[in-house]
Design a protein around this ligand. Structure first.
Ligand code: SF4
Ligand code: SF4
Length: 414
């Protein structure tokens, strides 16, 4: 890599409420490098984190349920004396909060893991529906947040989201959030909160943190036909991952893009892509590459759902576009990625508001509204055979709960 590329510093974008400069490229800590035995490769992760901070990355996103991620990050920051240079974002697991004292128990554990006395950006993790927030309110979450903010232990409060657009727009209004994290990428700008959700965040003057910009790496390594849409375009030298990041950075509403980097070349590539991609830097001609790439992806997909949401709401609460996105990912990327996306989308953290395919009663109301003429009930049945089965949700929740219990009091990996 050329020296000037190696020296690439990331651009910053201001938190709209505070004016604080945040690096437009944030470090997603869910995908830290792994050893052959499956644990986090602490040495490799340390090199990546130190290099990222050196290049100006100042936003690190982790979560209580990301395995050893919090401990590893906390250990690296402490060892290298970097805590004062970065913002830590971490998340409160909704499913782990059943009693009022759970908020404090989990939060204290997070502070210990992260070796810090405060969290800069704290999120309610995968808040899926208003009903879930009401349940947390019943446990006193609003008072608890107010106390934590008053004491300085929580800087900014927000939520992360994977559900339907309608739920997102409701949730945005239900509490004075200070930032929001959504899944968003060029492949399907209408999916989940979508572009409408992004603009609603900006209209409220909040920072928009973007997750899954590369859809778990799928957009960095597309099939040959899709990749050709970019190499035969206006900027043949930009790799697919750079196009994906530039598409996001082109939008002024985007504050931080989280990328789960687990190799130095990924970090340098992302830094290069996000160094100077200012809002509005892409041309009309550039946008044709995205249209072509979307078309190629759609041709390789099982269900040609555009995520428009016209079929919603389903009277039985099925998140139809979310289910189809996960179903397509399970073929287009990997089964594991599709399953993970499915669980996040339909309510693994939200037992009271399951929005998966098992709820479908085959009424057919949705299919009449689909501009793509998708036989929705039939396709949902196929998605069900692939991604959902009896006891899946209870089994996953039990496993996550047991994992959390076993890990309590665990030691940092660095
Ligand atoms: S067919 Fe299924 S998904 Fe469609 S509206 Fe009826 S219950 Fe909902
Ligand atoms: S109306 Fe059709 S294309 Fe639009 S989200 Fe529903 S299934 Fe997908």
């Amino acid at each position: 890599m050329a020296e000037d590329q190696m020296a690439a510093m990331v651009q910053t974008r201001a938190d709209p409420q505070t004016g604080q400069p945040l690096s437009a490229l944030g470090f997603g800590c869910m995908r830290f490098p792994r050893t052959l035995s499956g644990g986090i490769d602490a040495a490799k992760t340390e090199r990546l984190v130190v290099e990222a901070v050196r290049r100006g990355v100042n936003y690190f996103d982790t979560a209580y349920v990301y395995g050893d991620s919090e401990e590893t990050l906390g250990g690296i920051l402490e060892k290298n004396n970097l805590r004062g240079k970065v913002n830590i974002a971490t998340k409160l697991p909704v499913f782990g909060c059943r009693k009022p004292e759970d908020f404090e128990r989990i939060f204290s554990e997070q502070l210990a893991r992260l070796r810090t006395d405060h969290i800069d950006y704290y999120l309610i993790h995968n808040l899926g529906a208003v009903g879930t927030w009401e349940r947390l309110r019943g446990l006193g979450v609003e008072r608890w947040i107010a106390d934590k903010k008053a004491s300085g232990q929580i800087g900014r409060i927000g939520f992360s989201f994977h559900g339907s657009k309608a739920n997102f727009l409701e949730l945005l209004e239900i509490y004075p959030w200070e930032f929001v994290q959504i899944q968003y990428n060029y492949l399907n700008p209408m999916d989940q909160a979508g572009v409408e959700g992004l603009r609603a965040i900006a209209a409220k003057g909040l920072a928009a943190i973007i997750m899954e910009p590369l859809l778990g790496g799928k957009l960095a390594n597309p099939n040959k036909k899709t990749a050709a849409a970019f190499t035969e375009s206006t900027h043949p030298g930009w790799p697919p991952a750079e196009w994906a990041l530039r598409w996001l950075l082109n939008q002024p509403e985007v504050t931080v893009i989280l990328s789960g980097m687990n190799a130095m070349d990924q970090l340098h590539g992302n830094l290069q892509a996000s160094r100077e991609a200012a809002p509005g830097h892409l041309s009309e001609t550039d946008s044709t590459a995205f249209s072509k790439a979307r078309k190629c992806f759609a041709e390789a997909s099982r269900v040609g759902c555009t995520g428009c949401g016209y079929c919603m709401p389903c009277p039985k609460g099925v998140n139809i576009p979310g289910c189809f996105t996960a179903y397509n990912i399970s073929y287009g990327a990997s089964y594991a990625d599709g399953m993970k996306n499915y669980l996040m989308t339909v309510g693994v953290s939200d037992p009271d508001h399951y929005a998966g395919v098992r709820n479908c009663v085959n009424c057919g109301v949705c299919a009449k509204k689909c501009p793509q003429s998708i036989a929705i009930p039939r396709e949902l049945r196929r998605a069900r055979w692939r991604l959902d089965f009896p006891f899946l949700m209870p089994a996953v929740r039990l496993a996550v709960g047991l994992m959390g219990r076993r890990r309590r009091g665990g030691k940092a990996a660095v």
